[in-house]
Design a protein around this ligand. Structure first.
Ligand code: H79
Length: 486
């Protein structure tokens, strides 16, 4: 097995050691016992497991499968919506969709290049579709021959190659696995054009058979054959009861007790180690606990040849800092082509984000959420949406992240010039602490910024007005005390 020194691995060792110590203290002569199932669901165990995730903030999601071949078209017809849903949208019969495998030969696939790109982008973990709703396994599964190794001329296991490249880069690696929907199987949820309805499958025992004979055994393969798995990303729980979900939880905990479970195994996120927001759904304000926003870089997850609407580096940086300042992680997706290449436009923009993070990453990785809140915006006073509710009107001038004794203000837009000079004021929100020093992360000399204090106590940093021409400049404010007082 490959040596893997990523943080989640050492936390697992710590956890096992701690549990072993606690049990071992009263049974001095016994070898340390493995933690029991109950220990693994304790708040302390979850807290230890989630540490690396809390530091990471920015991950790469990869949606890759047979759907990258039709890429949004089926028999000359354009299928609207997200590319990986083409089988569903066009009601393609199982036997016909399965024929795509015979033409899947991504000879330009290069695991090293993908992981290098994630690293260049400043991303700290990778999650790839091991099996999406279409039911096709992107790894060499012994459970079902409907997989990339057995059913395609490619005859390679890209997940194996990626796991090895990730190990070389100390890049935490995890799997998306569609536990509930499987349009290839008579018992899986979602395919009601070839098979009976979800409700019937749930009642007849077909769904439980699918879970027992395909989904859980495949999840076990993924946790057994690819080294440390940082997280399992389940999705769209349908007819997923607590009992059914528990079988997946047991599989994960028994094979890799330190693997995180996302918030979509069961409805409402129960059983998970962190919450998942809706797809592309950034909460309007700060949010407690550990959570993640899964998001697209264009409008689709799986590759579509008509979608090159890449979010710009500036948009991605804003979303990343926005999410971090609200307390969450950003899991940003790319959709590789059937050649094995990640579309160049998405690569370029991610690498630009990485260059920004090289300078400003201190404000993101391991940073805590904003102690303020007014900067996020406000609910409209008079405006009402169609549901009669006040819409949230976001403000985008700046965001704040924190570390003990430090406030990081990422400034996206300055409004107030200082006279007619090239200086501008960045008006600080109110807080009681004295300011020890302030400087820009982009300034290697850390030249102290002038702090202007007015009679009413309000304070501003004096910065260059040309900050408005950047993708966000970070001003560090070092304060007396660990945290702000209001
Ligand atoms: O894996 C990605 C999506 O395929 C998956 N979650 C992310 C991470 C996902 N599964 N379901 N959904 C997202 C929501 C489905 C929305 C739908 Fe539709 C609306 C399905 C049918 C109507 C969009 C529009 C897809 C087809 C038409």
């Amino acid at each position: 097995m490959i040596k893997h020194a990523s943080p989640f691995h050492s936390f697992r060792l710590l956890l096992v050691a701690l549990a072993g110590f606690a049990l071992g203290a009263s049974l001095a002569a016994q070898p340390p016992a493995a933690p029991s199932a109950a220990d693994l669901e304790s708040p302390a165990a979850r807290e230890a497991r989630v540490q690396w995730f809390r530091q990471a903030k920015f991950g790469l999601f990869i949606h890759w499968g047979l759907y990258s071949i039709p890429a949004g078209d089926w028999k000359g017809e354009r299928s609207p919506g997200i590319g990986e849903w083409v089988m569903n949208r066009m009601q393609i019969p199982v036997t016909e969709y399965a024929k795509l495998a015979g033409g899947f030969n991504p000879i330009y696939f290069d695991a090293e290049a993908w992981v290098q790109m994630a690293e260049d982008a400043g991303m700290k973990y990778i999650v790839i579709t091991s099996k999406h709703h279409d039911g096709f396994a992107m790894y060499h599964s012994k459970v079902s021959p409907y997989n990339i190794y057995d059913a395609t001329p490619f005859h390679r296991d890209p997940i194996k190659e990626l796991s090895e490249a990730c190990a070389r880069h100390h890049m935490p690696f995890g799997f998306y696995y569609s536990q509930s929907q499987d349009w290839h199987e008579p018992g899986g949820m979602g395919n009601n054009w070839d098979f009976p309805s979800n409700g019937e499958k749930s009642k007849s025992g077909a769904y439980d058979r699918y879970i027992r004979e395909k989904a859980v055994p495949q999840v076990k393969e993924l946790l057994s054959n690819y080294g440390p798995v940082c997280l399992m990303w389940f999705d769209t729980p349908q007819e997923m009861t607590r009992e059914r979900g528990q079988v997946f939880i047991d599989a994960v905990r028994s094979l890799q007790p330190n693997t995180l479970i996302d918030g979509r195994l069961l409805p409402g996120g129960s059983g998970g180690d962190y919450q998942s927001t809706g797809d592309n759904a950034i909460p309007p304000e700060g949010k407690d606990g550990d959570w993640e926003v899964p998001a697209t870089i264009n409008q689709t997850w799986g590759f579509r040849k008509d979608d090159t609407n890449w979010k710009s580096p500036g948009e991605i940086i804003f979303k990343l800092v926005d999410i971090a300042s609200k307390g969450g992680n950003y899991l940003l997706n790319v959709g590789p082509m059937p050649t094995g290449i990640i579309p160049q436009g998405s690569q370029n923009n991610l690498r630009s984000v990485g260059r920004w993070l090289k300078v400003n990453g201190e404000a993101v990785y391991g940073a805590g959420r904003s102690p303020f809140g007014d900067e996020f915006g406000d609910y409209a006073a008079k405006l009402r949406d169609r549901g009669g509710k006040a819409p949230f009107l976001p403000r985008t001038d700046w965001r704040c992240t924190t570390k003990p004794g430090k406030l990081y203000f990422t400034i996206f837009h300055l409004t107030e010039r200082v006279g007619s000079s090239n200086d501008a004021y960045f008006n600080l929100p109110a807080f009681k602490n004295a300011i020890k020093t302030a400087y820009l992360l982009g300034d290697p000399q850390k030249t102290p910024l002038e702090v202007k204090t007015r009679e009413d106590g309000s304070r501003s940093l004096v910065v260059s007005r040309f900050i408005n021409d950047t993708m966000g400049a970070v001003a560090v404010v070092e304060i007396a005390g660990d945290a702000v007082g209001h």
